[in-house]
Write a protein that binds this ligand. Structure first.
Ligand code: NAP
Ligand code: GDD
Length: 363
């Protein structure tokens, strides 16, 4: 029988990959979008018009909109991916972050209950390795104690616990995927990986002089988002509702990510200096291409994330290293090189066209 899924945050990186994945599996896919003055639907533009793909306005801060969409769609599965997902931004908008990332989860759970779907609807909650924060153990697994270290992480911790509470109190099939960082060519441009790949592409094509970053020594377990959405689905197909750590089991620094990204555009970077004085220098020309700016430091920073995906491998049969770290960086750099080349070409066409119009060569 055809299943129906509802994805909150379908316009985001993960939402767009998950929508494609579920459509391929034959699902009827519904996604929530928000009203904004400029519609940003670039990641799902190619899916609009697909007969089994439907969009609804809803906001995680607005219970009524959630009740309406859940009551109307009556989904078999809900993937709650919507969030204010930027850790640094959560220090600037802590209350908004709590409303969406913490209370928003409660609103979804209550909407499911009030619509009478407790027995039929399975719920996936997008939890995060940020819960481990100021880490108490390396690598981190499902039993590692949490120590959230930002307003974002504290809000997500509430989401994690309220999901567990509803599972135990009401016997609901709701689970958290504790996902470590996952990136892609669709990653938001202010997350560190995408900021680096876009800058490397721009610098290589003469469109940017320098890249400014914060903590270069921060360590992350970076995977490919397209591989991770499969796991979200597997978690809901499991016999029992349980929480899982989803990670690659490999760790790299921001500095290493930078070196590899620049290597793919033909620039070998050498780092020298320390702290705020550290610089990334092009070995061939001696040009300083990367500098540190304290603007990108956080009041408290999570610096040692490294996941142990053994449970997901064993119980879900998931392969955490389908796409290697090296392949991930290459996919992102190749996509940004193409994006910058297209932007340059269209700029060139616009400039020439303006000149031809002025000279009357074209009318
Ligand atoms: P993302 O690209 O930032 O997408 C977030 C989505 O949430 C967007 O569709 C956004 O809509 C929507 N949204 C934000 N505020 C909302 C609100 N008030 N009501 C309804 N929708 C709202 O994030 P992502 O990387 O795909 O991550 C997906 C989820 O996984 C998030 O919950 C994130 O916290 C969590 N997570 C991500 C990672 C990672 O490494 N990517 C790791 C662990 C957990 P707009 O397009 O309108 O802004
Ligand atoms: N964004 C950013 N920009 N981060 C920088 C920069 C910079 O210029 N320079 C260094 N960093 C460091 C940050 O201090 C952090 O330690 C690390 O790079 C990763 O930062 P982000 O890419 O912003 O991701 P995040 O780890 O804080 O959060 C992401 O992953 C979480 C899972 O662990 C987000 O996707 C969260 O939503 C997700 O929960």
């Amino acid at each position: 029988m055809q299943k129906t899924a509802l994805i909150t945050g379908v316009t985001g990186q993960d939402g767009s990959f998950l929508a494609e994945f579920l459509l391929d599996k034959g699902y009827d896919v519904h996604g929530t979008i928000r009203r904004s003055s400029v519609d940003f639907r670039e990641r799902i533009a190619h899916l609009e018009g697909t007969p089994r793909f439907h969009l609804h306005y809803a906001d995680l801060g607005d219970s009524m909109s959630l009740m309406q969409v859940i009551g109307k769609v009556r989904p078999d599965e809900i993937y709650n991916l919507a969030a204010q997902s930027h850790v640094q931004v959560s220090f600037d908008v802590p209350e908004f972050t709590a409303n969406v990332d913490a209370t928003g989860v409660l609103r979804i759970l209550e909407a499911v209950r009030l619509c009478g779907l407790t027995r039929t609807c399975r719920i996936y909650q997008a939890s995060t390795s940020e819960l481990y924060g100021k880490v108490e153990e390396v690598p981190q697994n499902e039993k590692t104690p949490f120590h959230p270290y930002s307003p974002y992480a504290v809000a997500k911790l509430y989401g994690y616990w309220i999901v567990k509470e509803y599972r135990e109190a009401y016997d609901m099939f709701c689970c958290s995927g504790i996902l470590f960082n996952h990136e892609s060519e669709r990653r938001g441009e202010t997350f560190v990986t995408r900021k680096i790949t876009l800058a490397a592409a721009r610098i290589a094509q003469g469109k940017q002089e320098k890249l400014y970053l914060g903590n270069l020594s921060s360590l992350r377990d970076w995977g490919y988002a397209k591989d991770y959405v499969e796991c979200m689905w597997l978690i809901l197909q499991n016999e029992k509702p349980e929480d899982f750590v989803i990670a690659t089991g490999e760790q790299h620094s921001v500095r290493e990510f930078c070196q590899l990204a620049f290597h793919h555009v033909g620039i070998e970077l050498e780092f020298s200096g320390e702290g705020e004085n550290e610089k990334g220098i092009d070995k061939a020309t001696g040009r300083v291409l990367v500098e540190v700016s304290p603007d990108f430091y956080r009041p408290t920073d999570v610096v040692n994330l490294w996941g142990d995906p053994s449970k997901a491998k064993r119980e879900l049969g998931w392969n955490p290293t389908k796409t290697s770290f090296q392949e991930l960086v290459k996919i992102m750099v190749d996509a940004d090189m193409a994006k910058v080349a297209v932007e340059k070409a269209s700029e060139h066409i616009r400039t020439n066209l303006a000149e031809y119009l002025e000279k009357g060569i074209v009318k």
